[in-house]
Design a protein around this ligand. Structure first.
Ligand code: PEP
Ligand code: CO
Length: 465
């Protein structure tokens, strides 16, 4: 495997970083990695990935870190959202624009509710690798490797589709680049101009029971924008455009490390395949490859925190991943579930306080609330998601902590994967357009409704203080 020089014990940016290199994770036990038939092919692909231009710049990454730091202090609010598993086929103009539209609409509503700038982070342009609880799947006596996302293999239950193919790492990288290129062009081209929210209208929202409330908020935000420009004399260029940042789970470490680079005039190593990589709790073992990899990069990094997180584990993770207490670097994404959040979150907040370090708290109200329908379909109930989110706001406030943002699995499409919401989708109704290969996502209307209710909650919270 490709080897590059590492960083020695004491460096200019960290007093505490012991030897690390983009490939040092290879000496640690590393979970959730596909088993390829040919090691040579994997090496060839990794070398090619390392030679291709980066997708994002260190400058953007540092900018996001600064914005995260402000969010941790309650001066911004983070909206992170997108598919559970992005598909290579999602790289088409319609799917990409619909995803941007719903994220823009939600952020507008959240700006209104929080009275803060919203940091938009997509789960896109690289969210192609999925952790699985089982390495193999058995159907009718046939056993094949589990589907691990389009970066690794294909969901169809055939031997050739499920065989991990290193070439898919290149296909994923290319699709991420095409996606990001289109996102950037749309944003630069005026699609995300706050003066023109009509550009982001999804046709189906017209027919939604939420249309009226949304239109009212659009009116209020547009009005405030005019006020700032005309009365306060703010330069329009400063507020006209909204940015998008990208994020994905840093799961496939050959993919991640191949794009981890040093750039001129910036200290240290950045993962230039995304602005904000995160790891799940199942790959957050202290002596594992993922923690080893994450500790050395300069991006803001996320760790998902489930109900099984212990005080000791969290303290050690903070110690290893966040030795310098750099503002905006360590993001803890709690996904505790509606039933466990009240019991677990205060203790976790207390543990962070005990560490003496600053972290950025985000609530993922999706992954702790997954359940199966009577028919065996994976779903989530809108009311569980909303309840966990409301509790997250209340518990952070009660424990003198800041909830800096939210993390959703959503799509800009009219799918039927989660139960509930304004249209009262039922378990029986899920069959109509159930498209996800992995986790159930909020559809556009449920996502917008959740944003409206989150905004309402933030307004209530702000007036109560
Ligand atoms: C995810 O975010 O899609 C995911 C797999 O989450 P978690 O690791 O928290 O279960
Ligand atoms: Co998921």
């Amino acid at each position: 495997m490709m080897k590059r020089k590492g960083v020695a014990a004491t460096t200019w940016y960290s007093e505490t970083l012991s030897f690390w290199s983009p490939e040092s994770w290879q000496s640690k036990p590393t979970l959730q990695q596909p088993v390829y038939q040919s090691h040579e092919s994997l090496e060839r692909v990794a070398a090619e990935l390392a030679s291709l231009p980066p997708l994002v710049t260190a400058w953007e990454i540092d900018q996001l870190k600064a914005q995260f730091s402000e969010a941790a202090e309650g001066r911004r609010f983070i909206l992170q959202g997108g598919d559970c598993a992005e598909r290579l086929g999602d790289c088409n103009p319609q799917t990409i624009t619909n995803k941007l539209k719903i994220l823009l609409q939600m952020s507008l509503v959240l700006i209104h509710g929080s009275k803060k700038p919203v940091v938009r982070v997509g789960r896109f342009a690289g969210q192609y690798a999925k952790p699985r609880s089982e390495d193999f799947e058995k159907r009718d006596g046939v056993t094949l490797p589990s589907y691990r996302g389009d970066l690794t293999n294909r969901p169809e239950f055939t031997e050739s589709a499920r065989r991990p193919d290193p070439e898919l790492l290149l296909r994923g990288y290319e699709r991420a680049a095409l996606t990001l290129n289109f996102v950037r062009s749309l944003v630069r081209g005026g699609f995300a101009d706050l003066h023109h929210p009509e550009y982001w209208r999804l046709d189906f929202v017209k027919h939604s029971p939420l249309a009226e409330e949304y239109e009212r908020i659009v009116g209020a935000v547009t009005e405030s924008l005019r006020f700032m420009e005309n009365v306060l004399g703010l330069h329009p260029g400063e507020i006209e455009w909204v940015d998008f940042f990208t994020s994905h789970e840093a799961l496939h470490l050959t993919y991640e490390s191949a794009q981890t680079r040093e750039v001129p005039y910036r200290h240290g190593w950045h993962n230039l395949s995304t602005h904000f990589p995160w790891i799940g709790m199942r790959t957050a073992a202290l002596d594992g490859g993922h923690v080893e990899y994450m500790r050395g990069i300069r991006n803001p990094i996320g760790v998902k925190i489930g109900p099984g997180m212990t005080r000791d584990w969290l303290l050690k993770l903070i110690d290893v991943l966040h030795p310098d207490n750099e503002k905006g670097r360590l993001v803890l994404i709690h996904r505790l579930g509606r039933l466990k959040i009240a019991e677990r979150l205060p203790e976790l907040i207390e543990t962070v306080r005990e560490s003496g370090k600053q972290v950025v708290w985000i609530c993922d109200p999706m992954h702790g609330n997954t359940r199966a329908t009577a028919a065996g379909r994976k779903t989530r109930y809108f009311e569980d998601i909303l309840r966990e989110l409301e509790l997250a706001f209340d518990l952070h406030a009660a424990n003198k902590s800041v909830l800096a943002g939210v993390h959703f699995e959503l799509t800009g499409e009219d799918v039927t994967e989660c139960v509930g919401g304004a249209r009262g989708l039922t378990e029986e109704g899920l069959a109509a357009r159930y498209e996800t290969e992995v986790d159930p996502r909020l559809n556009y209307e449920q996502a917008l409704e959740l944003a409206l209710l989150t905004a309402r909650k933030m307004m209530l919270g702000a007036s109560a203080r």
